[in-house]
Write a protein that binds this ligand. Structure first.
Ligand code: MN
Length: 248
């Protein structure tokens, strides 16, 4: 397959390099990724200023934009041949539950949703993981299965991989997103010139994290695969809202 690989941790991030190495054993891989860490960029697109790129000797293209910019540019302009699939990652840290709203890793995959195949976002469930190779092997397995048994486009598979050696994995589980408690407090301080500064705190712990959720799967050493969709409509209250809105 022709695969476009991107991420949000930047074009020299170890997770990206580990995944590229593994995927290139069986596939053609083009890398277009941000030139620095753009974690939590979500689906932001740069429209008020132009973007610039750097082409490295190995073919990697680094963009001074967001993960979404990278995939958008790659598909619309940079790649001579259209890829069949977008893969994003491997992210340094989990993208579970509410994380998916802020994640640049998920956003990069989402920007590839119109291609023929499902798009894949991959994250390790620990920060500064020791076992990117486990995540890379798991991703190669999923892609091989998609090549044999294609899953329709317009689907984003959000994959979270436990940070354990391959032999300690307890398999793959299809999950729903869980939820986190509210994030940790904002840290407030003064800069060296006495002006106030604010630093957004880390994500809260899992709250809705029982069996069937992404949190539960990785907690039990299973690779979590959650299908995501872009449609934010709350279909379950459409009828009720219709009744309610009659009084408007
Ligand atoms: Mn990241």
């Amino acid at each position: 397959m022709r695969i476009l690989l991107s991420n949000d941790d930047g074009c020299t991030a170890p997770g990206l390099l580990a995944l590229a190495r593994q995927l290139r054993s069986e596939h053609h891989v083009d890398i277009v990724a941000p030139d620095r860490n753009r974690s939590a960029a979500s689906n932001s697109l740069t429209i008020l200023v132009p973007l610039r790129i750097q082409r490295h000797d190995d073919g990697t293209i680094c963009v001074d934009g967001t993960p979404t910019d990278c995939v958008h540019l790659a598909l619309a302009s940079l790649l001579p041949e259209k890829p069949e699939m977008v893969v994003s990652g491997i992210n340094n840290g989990p993208n579970l539950g509410d994380d998916t709203l802020y994640s640049g890793t998920v956003a990069a995959a989402m920007e590839g949703r119109h291609l023929g195949s499902a798009a894949i976002a991959v994250s390790m469930s620990a920060y500064n993981p020791k076992h990117y190779d486990t995540g890379a092997r798991a991703t190669l397995h999923i892609i091989s299965e998609l090549a044999r048994n294609p899953f329709p486009g317009h689907t984003i598979l959000n994959v979270n991989v436990p940070d354990v050696p391959w032999d300690e994995l307890k398999g793959f589980e299809v999950t729903r997103l869980g939820h986190r408690r509210q994030s940790e407090p904002v840290a407030e301080a003064l800069d060296p010139r006495g002006r106030p500064i604010y630093w957004i705190g880390p994500a809260g712990p899992g709250a809705d994290a029982g069996p069937g959720t992404d949190f539960h799967a990785v907690e039990h050493n299973r690779v979590s695969i959650t299908p995501l969709l872009v449609d934010l409509t709350r279909h379950s209250v459409l009828d009720k809202l219709g009744d309610w809105a009659r009084a408007l």
